[in-house]
Design a protein around this ligand. Structure first.
Ligand code: MV4
Length: 508
């Protein structure tokens, strides 16, 4: 097994991976940007090295620097976590050619599954059900039109290089097709430097259910069951759980087998996720795959007892899977609430500041994965996910009750968080009944017309970013601010500015 691993990430996931390494007797190397010098992952690692300024392109995305630190510190392997370089084909190649081991799938699998059309083709050829649509890119309006006629409206135009909802356009009428094609392609070009698009039948209010798989270097592949991830807001997952309220034993077996087929068809190795859309008749269709350790992996850990982060490291080290499919047992129910530094009372505006008091819940069935402690600064440079709160119970009702209890114990001051939103969610009767789908939040909590809400959201997000950057500049000019109290006055400034610009309707 490895003696030393570099973790090319920050925040809660870097902490999670360091913990796995420690339990395996592996030394850890952290990297940090200028503003993360005092971060928890830096404090917990055996060694830590600076990799550049706060903006991610200059630090956590700086491949040359990260590989240089890995070589210099004599780490043998690199764990990318999620986000940043985790699904970057180029990075995997560079890690490998530097003589290091990438803790994740082979470069070729990252490339194949990153191309959504190639992935669809591979799945179709191996018998994994896919959403009706094209397995080739769309090159003309005529081709799009004939596809639309064949599969029927509504259709969804998607980006070949995409994922996560960018470069997508729903087309409900033929007349919208032309402009939607253009819009999707140009959005795809700017988001992924790849203008290619394809078409799928648009499923109304589907569920999003994914299967966790583990594959070793000897061709053994197992699945660890499903995670229900339908509760999301603007393509950002908010709550995940396992088991899914709609999946029974028979369906789990069928989806698990489809996921294993998908993994084998793409020569997959390491931990991975196969995402499916599930329609109201419980038919499931391959959507895309994630070639990384996912944010929501702990819900699977809680119901299976398998440490996915450790398994990843073992697999990368050339060991065989620790478990056979027949040995996998699922016990009880686990729920994860993603705690974001966002203000649910204010269109989920990103919130920044210093966490000046912090109490974490614990007790029966509770797990917290976070990078937080009193005094840590939450900035706008990185993902607003600051903690994950998980609850396990003997059944879904007990998990919900425990989650409610833990949410009410959780105290974070200095930044606004989504904790109050989660409390409302746990008390929502439709959520309690498991009647959830991908449009649940907008239907239950956001009464505005979706287009208007989106417009307002984007405006407020842009203002918050700008305002926090000003704030940050202010702070770095003088001595560090320990107790941020600027938020209130800042908000008023923007409200006044908004009115002046005639944006009152949007702001209120
Ligand atoms: C879909 C879909 C319905 N039909 N594909 C969202 C993120 C990306 N990974 C794929 N996504 C979806 N793909 C088909 N064929 C619904 C979603 C979807 C969604 C789409 C539009 C607006 C909001 C959405 C929220 C969740 C999922």
């Amino acid at each position: 097994m490895f003696k030393k691993v570099l973790i090319a990430n920050r925040g809660e996931i870097a902490v999670r991976i360091i913990r796995a390494c420690k339990e395996m007797g592996i030394k850890t190397v952290a990297i940090f940007s200028d503003i993360d010098r005092k971060a928890l992952h830096v404090r917990l690692a055996d060694e830590a090295y600076p990799v550049g300024p706060a903006p991610a392109p200059q630090s956590y995305l700086n491949m040359d620097k990260i590989i240089e630190v890995a070589k210099g510190s004599k780490a043998e392997a690199v764990h990318p976590g999620y986000g940043f370089l985790a699904e970057n084909y180029e990075f995997v190649k560079r890690v490998e050619s530097a003589g290091l081991i990438f803790i994740g799938p082979p470069a070729e699998a990252v490339k194949l599954l990153g191309d959504k059309v190639a992935a669809r083709k591979t799945m179709k050829n191996s018998g994994v059900p896919i959403v009706p649509g094209t397995e080739v890119e769309i090159k003309s309006e005529d081709q799009a039109l004939s596809t639309a006629e064949e599969i029927g409206l509504p259709i969804l135009i998607k980006a070949v290089g995409g994922g996560g909802g960018k470069g997508m356009r729903i087309v409900k009428e033929k007349a919208e097709l032309k402009s939607a094609l253009r819009a999707a392609s140009s959005e795809a070009e700017s988001a992924f430097a790849d203008p290619r698009i394809y078409i799928e039948k648009y499923l109304q209010k589907p569920r999003h259910v994914e299967i966790q798989i583990l594959a070793d270097k000897f061709g053994n592949v197992i699945h660890l069951g499903e995670r229900e991830c339908s509760i999301q807001r603007r393509h950002q997952k908010v709550i995940e759980e396992s088991p899914s309220p709609v999946v029974d034993e028979k369906m789990r077996k069928a989806m698990g087998e489809a996921a294993i087929t998908a993994a084998k068809a793409s020569s997959y190795v390491n931990a991975g996720t196969i995402e499916f859309l599930v329609d109201s008749d419980r038919n499931f269709y391959f959507l895309e795959s994630n070639t990384r350790l996912q944010v929501e992996h702990p819900v699977t850990e809680m119901v299976t007892g398998i440490d996915i982060a450790k398994e990843q490291i073992r697999i990368a080290g050339g060991m065989k899977l620790n478990h056979r499919q027949e040995e996998i047992e699922w016990r009880g129910s686990a729920i994860e609430c993603r705690i974001y530094a966002e203000d649910p009372e204010n269109s989920f505006l990103p919130s920044t500041g210093v966490v000046h008091s912090y109490w974490e819940p614990s007790g029966p069935g509770i797990r917290v994965d976070s990078g937080l402690y009193e005094g840590v600064e939450v900035s706008l440079y990185y993902d607003p996910l600051i903690a994950k709160l998980l609850a396990w119970g003997k059944d879904r009702d007990e998990a919900i009750q425990r989650m409610k209890r833990a949410l009410s114990e959780y105290h974070i001051s200095g930044v606004a968080t989504t904790i109050p939103f989660h409390l409302r969610m746990m008390k929502n009767p439709n959520f309690q009944r498991g009647e959830i789908h991908t449009h649940f939040i907008e239907e239950e909590f956001e009464r505005e017309k979706p287009s208007e809400a989106k417009e307002k959201d984007e405006l407020l997000q842009a203002m918050a970013v700008f305002s926090a950057l000003l704030d940050y500049r202010e702070k770095t000019k003088s001595k560090p601010v320990l107790f941020s109290s600027k938020n209130k006055s800042k908000e008023n400034v923007w409200k006044i500015a908004g009115r002046k610009m005639g944006l009152r309707r949007l702001m209120m």
